[in-house]
Ligand binder design. Sequence first.
Ligand SMILES: NC(=O)c1ccc[n+]([C@@H]2O[C@H](COP(=O)([O-])OP(=O)(O)OC[C@H]3O[C@@H](n4cnc5c(N)ncnc54)[C@H](O)[C@@H]3O)[C@@H](O)[C@H]2O)c1
Length: 346
Amino acid sequence: MAEPVRVAIVGCGFFARNHLFSWKDLAADGVELVAVCDIDPAKAKAAAEEFGVPHWYGNVDEMLDKEEIDLIDIITRMDTHRMMVEKTVGRGIATIVQKPFAPTWDDAVAMTRMAEKAGVWLAVHENFRFQTPLLKAAATVGSGIIGAPTWGRISFRTGFDVYRTQPYFHNEERLIILDLGVHTLDMARVMIGEVEHVYAEIQTRNPKNRGEDTATVTLRHVSGAVSVVDFSYDSRKQPDFFPETLMEIEGPNGAIVVEPGLTMRVNVGDQIREEDIGAPLLHWTAKPWHVAQESVLTTCRHLLEAYKAGRPADISAVDNLKTFAIAEAAYESAATGRAVKPKTYG
Ligand SMILES: NC(=O)c1ccc[n+]([C@@H]2O[C@H](COP(=O)([O-])OP(=O)(O)OC[C@H]3O[C@@H](n4cnc5c(N)ncnc54)[C@H](O)[C@@H]3O)[C@@H](O)[C@H]2O)c1
């Protein structure tokens, strides 16, 4: 039998539970959850007890000194990612870091460059493209049934109280483009391809927020296609379909539309078909978060398979920089009122 893959987690906060359940579910695929760590030792201890993890730590250096770790999953907030990655990649440990990759382009590039130089596997947990509904929509676009996309809209608008579980949002200087936009802009790349230039308008509609909570981004893709990616944490629209990502993609032969309630409507010419593309409920997921929660398992499974095969993940650091560059270009465009070309790495 193959050796187990020894996984450790850093950060046992709000979102880490989904990772803990996912890695536990992947035991049958060879994952052994060996240790968890949080700077708040009570959180690390509680996670270890609940998920049956043999060791817990309140200090990441101590965990790295004492444990044999193959794959480390960093689920702290973005301001700690670079410091963590420098430690883990510095020790040659394959590393996954939650999105957003970093607070700035320079930090994201520094981590990527360090991993490339050291020949260490580094990936970003970008999970929207692994949501079951969006995987199905992407496969349908990829099948070529409507031809090469010429126009698209990707939309995530909600008034759901995201601040209850993530109160730190109020204080973020750069809020929704880095938090949610990285997901929806990534979907634009997955569905329509790489981006030539970006034009963005941002708004801060909730007075309690320091940063932008609404963004409307227009992308010109390298193929010549155009898309609008719009997202808000301050929408008053009812019904509220949180956390669904809606989209419409047009091509020369037809259109693919992901509608509220996660129904996909595909038309080729005047032939229309509808398909339910909802996410399955797992033993640990609950509505309405299940759409997002289930994607953590599918993302971790993809990351594990790529790691075991010794190939970069589809969501490698190098790939995520392409999405991060679009997010950075959106901020620059909003600040200058001009269209901006995304930076390139390499
Ligand atoms: N992909 C998604 O769908 C999704 C959804 C929600 C959150 N997230 C991301 O997950 C990450 C964590 O978000 P959260 O809401 O769980 O935050 P959180 O604040 O609830 O949890 C972060 C945890 O990290 C711990 N921590 C901080 N510094 C540490 C250090 N030096 N060593 C060890 N532990 C440390 C904190 O004590 C805390 O328990 C963020 O990057 C966020 O953007 C992703």
